[in-house]
Ligand binder design. Structure first.
Ligand SMILES: Nc1ncnc2c1ncn2[C@@H]1O[C@H](COP(=O)(O)OP(=O)(O)OP(=O)(O)O)[C@@H](O)[C@H]1O
Ligand SMILES: [Mg+2]
Length: 461
């Protein structure tokens, strides 16, 4: 059974803080699956919510839940597996963090730990170290005075320090995959007590390179099987391939929650494109940044180009910092903090910065190089700060490099009511683009279970 709710009522007030939903006319919230729990209307109406958790939510100045939160909180509390998608910046983090904390408070299980190992009860996997840190901060604030301990484990930090912290005991472990694997291999972490497993940015985590690592974790002998754990997956972009793969990690009665159009961009971003060749990009970038550079992220494909551009921009009196994976973690942290604190105007980064990071200071995203996939474009321009305000994105489109994006870009722009450049439409007619036509399929927010097998109720995973 599908429950399809034209949920305008939940957008009709502006939040105290920086999320604006009141103009999302006709935004559709869709839940696929059976026995769907009722959505909540306010945080106070969450069944059995502990007073302390409510107080922590209030301290964060979250006055009312966003649409994804209204639906996902009761779903997760009911114990169902969930695959969910909603636009960038729509509050997906606390959409799963709040019910997880509530479950740990209301149904406590003694934390298993000794001098050599610890058994976290919740594992949250994220693609980058920076996102792990951000998520840990959110969790720490919401678990204040609850007796629930959380920790972020990620590479680039002393293993001995992280090991000590983990052995002190942690209920909720936020982790990047490499460091987690290494702690598991050394027996510092085992999964025997895992109750909830979360894949944040699930489409990124199930990309070809990462999928085998995820499989390695989920196939670990100590990991409870799918029937004995709750599995949650979230992302702002959910291509069809991910929806296919993800089902194999979920119970067959999982719920699929989609808020708005799958993999769409916010209407509050003015998306501008320039057709350029690679030799024109640097001058064009400088020209744009000389007019106004405050709060700009420049996305670049190659790490050496990041460093080169930062040197060049600084020489031209445009204060910039680099972010890519070849830099020491300490330098990555300083660069990000300087940008966050507005000590520097421009962050030049690879796709390391494209996912999940909540940049309040960003009002302009520049794609110096286009990403290889449309999902990364959607994620990148979603890094803009305050959702309620108009932000801009500027993209340098090189037809020789980026032609495979023509069709999905046109679709993305049309969905967000953006102007589609004539040259992009012309390129679409180019024979080169024919192969990309089927990319359109990935925007259809279908429940894969219904596509593949209309009578899949008996199917066992
Ligand atoms: N109910 C709420 N009321 C007000 N602000 C909120 C609420 N929920 C979340 N926020 C804030 O919205 C911002 C974005 O939240 P979050 O990072 O969870 O978005 P997201 O959906 O995960 O985005 P992305 O897809 O980019 O990862 C954060 O600053 C967060 O504190
Ligand atoms: Mg997120």
């Amino acid at each position: 059974m599908d429950q399809c709710i034209d949920d305008e009522s939940i957008f009709d007030d502006a939040f105290n803080s920086n999320i604006k939903f009141e103009k999302c006319n006709g935004t559709e919230v869709k839940v696929n699956g059976k026995n769907i729990p009722e959505a909540i209307k306010t945080f106070t109406l969450i069944e059995d919510i502990p007073e302390i958790l409510l107080r922590n939510i209030k301290k964060k100045k979250f006055t009312r839940p966003t649409p994804i939160q209204k639906y996902s909180i009761p779903i997760i509390l009911s114990g169902r597996d969930l695959m969910a998608t909603a636009q960038t910046g729509s509050g997906k983090t606390i959409a799963f963090v709040i019910p997880i904390i509530q479950k740990l408070i209301m149904d406590p299980v003694t934390l298993v730990k000794d001098r050599n190992h610890c058994e976290p009860q919740v594992i949250i996997i994220v693609p980058t170290r920076e996102l792990a840190v951000q998520m840990k901060i959110t969790i720490s604030r919401l678990t204040r005075n609850t007796g629930i301990f959380s920790f972020a484990c990620y590479g680039g930090i002393k293993v001995s320090y992280q090991k000590d912290q983990i052995l002190r005991g942690c209920h909720i472990l936020v982790a990047t995959i490499g460091r987690l694997k290494s702690f598991v291999q050394h027996g510092v972490i085992t999964f025997s007590s895992v109750r909830i497993f979360v894949l944040n940015e699930v489409d990124r985590m199930l990309y070809d390179d990462m999928k085998s690592e995820i499989d390695c974790i989920l196939n670990h002998f100590s990991m409870p099987p799918v029937m004995n754990r709750q599995t949650i997956m979230m992302s702002a972009t959910l291509p069809e391939k991910t929806r296919h793969l993800a089902q194999f990690y979920l119970k067959k009665d999982y719920l699929l929650l989609t808020v708005g159009i799958v993999s769409s961009t916010s209407m509050n971003i003015k998306q501008t494109f320039y057709m350029v060749n690679k030799f024109e990009k640097r001058n064009m970038l400088t020209e744009i940044l000389k007019k106004d550079s405050a709060g700009t992220i420049v996305f670049v494909k190659r790490k050496w180009v990041v460093d080169y551009l930062v040197t060049y921009l600084n020489k031209n009196n445009i204060p910039s910092v680099p972010l890519h994976s070849n830099h020491l973690q300490h330098h990555r942290k300083i660069a990000l903090n300087n940008f966050h604190d507005k000590k520097t105007n421009v962050l030049v980064a690879t796709d390391l910065a494209s996912r999940g990071l909540d940049f309040k200071c960003v009002n302009h995203v520049i794609n110096f190089d286009m990403p290889p996939k449309i999902e990364e474009y959607v994620q990148r321009i979603g890094r803009k700060g305050k959702p309620a305000t108009q932000a801009i994105s500027t993209s340098f489109f090189d037809p020789n490099e980026d032609y495979s994006l023509v069709v999905p870009l046109i679709k993305t722009l049309a969905l967000a009511n953006q102007e589609i450049p004539d040259w992009l439409v012309k390129l679409r007619q180019d024979a080169k683009c024919n192969d990309a036509n089927n990319v359109l399929d990935q925007f259809v927010g279908l429940d894969i279970r219904h596509v593949n097998n209309s009578n899949d109720d008996c199917e066992e995973w």
